[in-house]
Design a protein around this ligand. Structure first.
Ligand code: FAD
Length: 424
């Protein structure tokens, strides 16, 4: 039998949902490739970075999803080139041909033309980065405890988070709570509650994509937790011990980057192979309303790395719900493509957005509905538990949250050497 091969690159929200929803016909097979062996629930990465959860609570081996799916083969490898005119993908040591390609490699951090800052201020996209941030945050208190010079102590006990989108806000709130509650009585030489958490944002408000009233509430919640919120402030320089902005400089040993994103480099591989393939100004691949490429209808590009044509011209936001819905829709369209049927246009159903601030506050916006405080936090918790992959993870995370809600504890306060390194 002449097997048709569907190759999916990336087992994030888009690629995984594609593979889970596509039912291969007898003459079709799926090869799912990822450079990591696990699917990662990125929305809870900040909990790993701030010692609330352990890495295994928010990730799951990709193979385990497809244990019983004979026609789905999982490969651990990294794509280093794509030749759409030859239907070929290149890995470091091999080449794979496809009949249909589903590209869903997500996004990485952008340091706005300052890649040298990454070493001082890691971003939060992977488990390696989350455990590196956890190491830096917890080690900062340990270093401060060992010294008596108050100036140096302040340097170690100042945490700067750059970018006040949901990730920056969640990190700032969690670090403030860690220092003011969880570890408050654990040290003898320092008072962790006196540490400074500074949230720096170039724009005029936190959570800029939310309704202005919700941004204001979130800012107040942060300030109440002890976070210093600096708006309209742009980072201009950074080194191991300090951050300089256009208004002031701070001595700080621990910086975290939550400011910009850039799409996966695999979009550029397509463009390098064929100049007719269009990328937008940020590098996202421009796709059709049916989620594939105009010139190569057998190539579908999904999730954070694609630019979907919609009325605002900005493309859809880089959120999990877009990636999940596109994964489902692409499963239908790839089946239709292989049967030579007309493809169906994708339309996004916006279920709303939310961000949590500390242990029991959140803001939520869904259509006309706006919610703040504890009810929003409860909704945030339920949605995250619902979408978290795997029954074991759901039960464990729910129990841990319940426990830390009662006790303020953060049980994963482990300083481990991380294997984080700079890479695309
Ligand atoms: C800290 C954080 C918090 C977030 N919070 C929320 C939230 O609360 N709500 C929300 O809706 N969204 C949130 N998001 C955004 C959401 O996680 C993304 O929109 C979503 O993950 C995009 O899905 P994707 O499938 O496009 O990419 P990803 O989920 O990033 O998956 C891409 C996959 O491709 C693989 N890959 C990349 N390059 C290669 C290569 N060259 N070769 C092989 N494999 C490769 C990666 O290993 C990865 O598994 C958050 C993101 C982050 C980082």
């Amino acid at each position: 039998m002449n097997m048709k091969r569907i190759v999916v690159i990336g087992a994030g929200f888009a690629g995984l949902n594609f593979a889970k929803n596509f039912s291969p016909a007898p003459d079709q097979e799926i090869i799912l490739v990822d450079r990591r062996n696990h699917h990662l629930f990125q929305p809870l990465l900040y909990q790993v970075a701030t010692a609330g959860l352990s890495p295994a609570d928010i990730s799951m081996p990709i193979r385990s999803f497809f244990r019983n799916e004979e026609k789905i083969k999982v490969i651990l490898d990294e794509v280093v080139g794509i030749e759409p005119n030859k239907n070929q993908i290149q890995f470091k040591n091999s080449v794979l041909t496809y009949d249909v390609l589903v590209l869903a490699c997500g996004a990485n951090h952008s340091y706005f033309a300052h890649p040298e800052w990454e070493i001082y201020a890691p971003g939060l996209k992977s488990l390696e980065q989350a455990t590196e941030i956890r190491r830096r945050v917890l080690s900062a208190f340990e270093e401060a405890e060992k010294i008596s010079n108050p100036v140096l102590q302040r340097e170690w006990m100042t945490f700067v988070i750059v970018g006040a989108g949901p990730t920056g806000v969640e990190l700032a709130g969690a670090i403030a709570e860690l220092s003011r509650n969880t570890i408050r009585n654990d040290f003898r030489n320092i008072d962790p509650a006196k540490s400074k958490v500074i949230l720096v944002e170039a724009g005029a408000r936190v959570l800029a994509t939310f309704d202005p009233a919700l941004s204001e509430t979130a800012k107040k919640n942060l300030v109440n937790l002890g976070v210093e919120v600096r708006l309209n402030t742009r980072v201009t320089a950074m080194d191991e011990k300090s951050v300089t902005t256009d208004h002031a400089s701070f001595f700080s040993r621990t910086k975290i980057w939550a400011a910009g994103v850039k799409p996966s480099i695999t979009g550029k591989f397509l463009k390098d192979a064929d100049a007719d393939i269009e990328l937008d100004s940020s590098g996202r691949v421009r796709i059709t309303a049916e989620l594939n490429l105009k010139k190569y209808p057998n190539v579908f590009v999904l999730g954070d790395q694609s630019h979907f044509p919609e009325s605002s011209g900005r493309g859809l936001p880089g959120v999990a719900t877009v990636a999940i819905q596109q994964g489902h829709h692409a499963a239908k369209n790839v089946a239709r493509f292989l049967k030579r049927e007309k493809l169906l246009p994708f339309s996004y159903f916006d279920k709303g957005t939310m961000a949590t601030i500390g242990r029991k506050k959140a803001v939520l916006q869904s259509g006309k509905l706006k919610m703040t405080g504890f009810p929003a936090w409860l909704a945030w918790l339920l949605v995250h538990i619902y979408y978290l992959i795997g029954f074991r993870n759901r039960v464990l995370v729910l129990l841990q949250w319940f426990w830390s809600y009662l006790t303020f504890s953060r049980g994963a306060r482990l300083i481990t050497e991380s294997d984080w390194k700079l890479k695309d």
